[in-house]
Design a protein around this ligand. Sequence first.
Ligand code: NDP
Length: 303
Amino acid sequence: MNSPTIIDGKEASGRLKTAIAASVSALKAKYNVVPGLATVLVGEDPASQVYVRSKQKTATAAGMNSFQHDLPASTSQADLLALVRKLNADPSVNGILVQLPLPKHIDQFAIINAIAPAKDVDGLHPESAGRLLAGGDSLVSCTPMGCIMLITDVAPNIAGKHAVVLGRSILVGKPVSLLLLNENCTVTMAHSKTVDLPALCRSADILVAAVGKAEMVKGDWIKPGAIVIDVGINRLPTPDGKGKLIGDVDYAAASKVAGAITPVPGGVGPMTIACLMVNTLKAACRQHAITDVAIPLRLPSRS
Ligand code: NDP
């Protein structure tokens, strides 16, 4: 009977947050610098409200300053751009996160492109994406960074492994693929037009699913011993109306074959916010030209 390593994102993000808090404390003690994260929420989408509050709470718990801007859904694009420019110019703000999605009347790309690349802690600005592509040092989007940390935590050296990434979005699929390439994996990016997905997945030593289709990846798509990272978050309706979160991978079947696997919820999800704190710390250090404060790029080992 196969017993895979269950990759516990909550435990892992706890380790990461402890390391971040230690670095924030060192930054404050040595340089009197406190990283500041500005979060901007437009409208009252309940899920977005939960995400933003959680980001603020995590920033504060790590010893950072958190500046929240709640704007009504009717906010114009011009007013939102004006706020972004104000935050760009504010030296107490090191990172700017505009919670997505934005209301339909606002061009999301115009807003992302207006964020100063040095403060782009979501890693979505074209300059951040371009730097990642060029192999330079960049603020990497948070979910992909979390995926790589989880993978390298269970397999520190993945050079030469075949990694298959399902999904090619700018938010997840493309940056995950580039990060895996930077780790010297041989990467195949798959998408909705890929032919014979099951066979391709069966050749993967590392499989990252970021599709948004509940349990699309079946147990017999998994190579025995593979590392399976399930990014998908799909909400299935339940009689009590609360809904149930499930991933893109059929977890029960895949865990009978995989060597290591993330559950949903409790896998990739908790890492995303912790990685936002990594980026905020990194942005603060860069803006102050500080190079001797540790920025965790890997998960700290279990003590
Ligand atoms: P997108 O909808 O932007 O992209 C989905 C990708 O999956 C596309 O590239 C699409 O291909 C591909 N795809 C769709 N159907 C198939 C199929 N049948 N076979 C193969 N590929 C397919 O989604 P995101 O990348 O933004 O998000 C993916 C999932 O990750 C979602 O469930 C989202 O909720 C979750 N997510 C989780 C986060 C976390 O913190 N855990 C953070 C961000 C996202 P094509 O390009 O050809 O259309």
